[in-house]
Design a protein around this ligand. Sequence first.
Ligand code: SAH
Length: 340
Amino acid sequence: MKKIDNLTYDLLEKQLINIVEKKYNIKQIFEWIHKKNVLNFKEMTNISLEKRKELESIYEFTKFELIKRFDSKLDETKKYLFMLEDNNIIESVFLKYSYGNTACISSQVGCKMGCKFCASTKNGLIRNLSVGEMLGQIYRIQTDTNEKINNIVIMGTGEPLENYDNVINFIRIVNSEMGQNISLRKITLSTCGVIKGIYKLAKEGLPITLAISLHAAEQEKREKIIPSAKKFKLPELIKACDYYVEETNRRMTFEYIMIENFNDTLQDAYALSKLLKNKLCNINLIPYNFVKENDMKPSQNYNINRFKKILLKNGLNATVRRELGSDINAACGQLRNDFL
Ligand code: SAH
């Protein structure tokens, strides 16, 4: 059986045009699924019973089950565990910021990129998530919290540009006025630097915010913690980012994990300032979050502030990311698929 919630409006139209009585029924069905978030055809009462039965014989909904929620005691962050049809489990996070409710969603079960500091890659890649499984994270969190999600960050487990087509269709659906109508400006995709994907995204006509996990301003240093940096070399990566900004006119984000005795010296700050000088970007400094397999430590506050000051002096925008949900392992780099 085919999964109806995997389909963008255009795909739905192509498939249903010969099934439904009137063309506007397609819009109604799309709205039932993506605006009202119903999970069966029975509730689609503006579609004739006969047609609902026909649809039921061809299509089903993605199986997606909320199995556990962890509530942070430090802040209002909630971490969700969802079980997929094949019993794989994924994690998503709900965060409350002054500028709105944010969902941090996963794009893959596991990850193959092997970044040394990150928990999500410790068991390798299991598979890509479908469109319906990415949407499910948003819809279930909204239902559970009874709050509207205004911002989406594709920064959970997985490398989104390695699951390109599904991620793009997911974005089209959540952005649709017939669905959640979440503005493209409020969607951020974070990548460790898949260059081909960045060029493709630049031409997609979806000007979302692109975030690059940079973490080092020198090629050799970057390779030490991000194995894929050997393939995605810094000069080419920066060129791809420049192209993205040119095409979309969007300010980019560069993420920089601050690891003690590794990338937090004055020299590192000068190298980063030089690399990003005069670029339309924000730099997000992320104190390293504890991951049990690693022996890394977060930089001292003094060093983080000194680092930030150098960036600011060089005319760059830099902020230190406030870590939410660290008591429930919901902070950046702490999501994985082997909890329980
Ligand atoms: N694969 C994508 C998205 C997932 S990672 C990417 O690489 O960008 C989301 C963010 O969390 C990235 O900036 C990542 O580098 C960061 N991160 C991973 N492990 C971390 C850790 N232990 N502490 C702090 N940030 C971490």
